[in-house]
Design a protein around this ligand. Structure first.
Ligand code: HEM
Length: 171
């Protein structure tokens, strides 16, 4: 076990591998590919919606003419649905290969990037977004809001890249 991995996480992963559910996910011919397909489908929900909102901040994309709060109201339920699909399907796949995943540092970098994307969205909503009424119709949002947009797009890009990279190193 590598030094950087807390023992309790390692023990939890070992336990998860041995659960009947983990074994089923690993041994069934169809369950893993079906769940992995849903994981990819969840990316479509999550990233399409997040990117539409981020692009709006730069005055680009198909929704560039919509007032920001109106667009946010439409889009945020799709972002949350996509995120729920990702966490559920991600945990299901993790249960099939928990120890192997936990021992792979790329898995943890991916989790860290998900956290960065989440914290960035939270900080945006509790800071810049509070004054949205003053800039909601501007074609290009203020610089502060655009910085959040750049961090959002970059972190999701890295989450996808790390997801693929980590997958490749597991096989
Ligand atoms: C929230 C956004 C997420 C995105 C954008 C994302 C993205 C990806 C991508 C692109 C892959 C590669 C799929 C492939 O190669 O076919 C992947 C695989 C995987 N992800 Fe995620 N993921 C997310 C969340 C999660 C979460 C929350 C977990 C676990 C708690 C997770 C666990 C996994 C596992 C176990 C794999 C499979 C590795 C394998 O192929 O064996 N993912 N993810």
């Amino acid at each position: 076990m590598p030094e950087w991995l807390p023992t309790w996480v390692y023990n939890f992963a070992q336990w998860m591998d041995k659960t009947p559910f983990g074994r089923y996910m690993r041994e069934s011919l169809y369950s893993f590919p079906i769940v992995e397909t849903l994981h990819i489908f969840g990316i479509v929900f999550l990233l399409t919606s997040a990117f539409l909102l981020d692009m709006r901040l730069f005055g680009i994309g198909p929704m560039r003419d919509e007032p920001v709060p109106k667009l946010a109201k439409w889009i945020l339920p799709w972002v949350w649905s996509g995120f729920a699909i990702q966490v559920t399907t991600g945990l299901l796949m993790f249960s099939a290969e928990a120890t192997r995943s936990a021992l792979n540092s790329l898995f943890w970098v991916k989790m860290l990037m998900i956290l960065v994307a989440g914290v960035n969205a939270l900080v945006f909503h509790t800071t810049m977004y509070k004054s949205v009424e003053t800039w909601k119709n501007d074609r290009v949002a203020p610089l502060g809001a655009r910085v959040y947009g750049v961090i959002s797009i970059s972190s999701w890009f890295l989450v996808v890249g790390l997801g693929r990279w980590f997958s490749f190193h597991l096989t």
